[in-house]
Design a protein around this ligand. Structure first.
Ligand SMILES: [Zn+2]
Ligand SMILES: [Zn+2]
Length: 237
């Protein structure tokens, strides 16, 4: 499959209408179009990569690109259509909601656990330039969760969605350079990760750490040498 056709267009459209799609969903979408390659024994990921490459070739002149990133909560590969020209993140949002989103993202990014309580998120509305009632703040927060920018982290906490991290990565790095940490296993930015319990100097994505330990048996902190143990299940703080 090397020529751009309706199958590719459908995938681009699906990604335009949703914040992000999982690898499994994207594979299901391209299955009919790549049936011949699948039958010939081509691996799922290489079929998907070839397909996405063709779509990206068409999208790049428009300043758009399909990008993938592992979810910090379950490790699933997520795909999103992003603009790589420097536009403000969440550009389709009303100004106040964008400012609210940026305030929440900053607070989450600089928190120790990569998530904050919904109550703390709502209080951030008090710092917005125009007066916001608690009902307005609550409805903006509900919308940010509903639109897939924030995720429920359990225990009344919210964290940033994979799409949100992808889109806001450069904003967060620019505004909070002192908090930028990359996962030593995948090199991607860590927002919600597992710190070394002894020195706290390294922070890993929980799915990366779990996967590594499953494959290799144990992982030692490269800073202090202690054995790292991932949290058994996702939890908020
Ligand atoms: Zn990682
Ligand atoms: Zn350590």
């Amino acid at each position: 499959m090397t020529t751009y056709c309706d199958d590719h267009r459908r995938v681009a459209q699906a990604l335009m209408s949703q914040p992000a799609l999982s690898e499994a969903k994207l594979l299901a979408l391209i299955r009919p179009a790549t049936a011949a390659q699948a039958e010939a024994g081509e691996h799922d990921r290489s079929r998907l990569k070839a397909f996405v490459d063709v779509v990206n070739e068409q999208l790049r002149p428009l300043g758009l690109e399909i990008t993938k990133r592992k979810s910090e909560s379950d490790g699933e590969r997520m795909y999103a259509l992003l603009s790589f020209v420097d536009v403000p993140p969440t550009r389709d949002k009303p100004e106040l909601q964008l400012l609210f989103m940026q305030a929440i993202a900053g607070e989450v990014f600089t928190s120790t656990d990569g998530c904050i309580s919904s109550t703390d998120a709502l209080h951030l509305a008090d710092g917005l330039p125009c007066k916001t009632t608690s009902t307005q703040a609550q409805s903006m927060l509900t919308k940010l969760i509903g639109d897939g920018w924030l995720e429920d982290a359990g225990f009344g906490h919210v964290c940033l969605s994979t799409r949100c991290i992808m889109e806001m990565e450069s904003y967060l790095k620019r505004h909070y350079p002192g908090y930028v940490l990359s996962c030593p296993l995948c090199n991607d930015l860590v927002v919600r990760g597992e710190p070394c319990a002894d020195c706290g100097n390294e922070r890993y994505h929980r799915p990366c750490l779990r996967e590594y330990i499953q494959k290799v048996g144990a992982k030692m902190c490269t800073q202090c040498g202690s054995q790292l143990t991932p949290a058994p299940a996702d939890r908020a703080g």
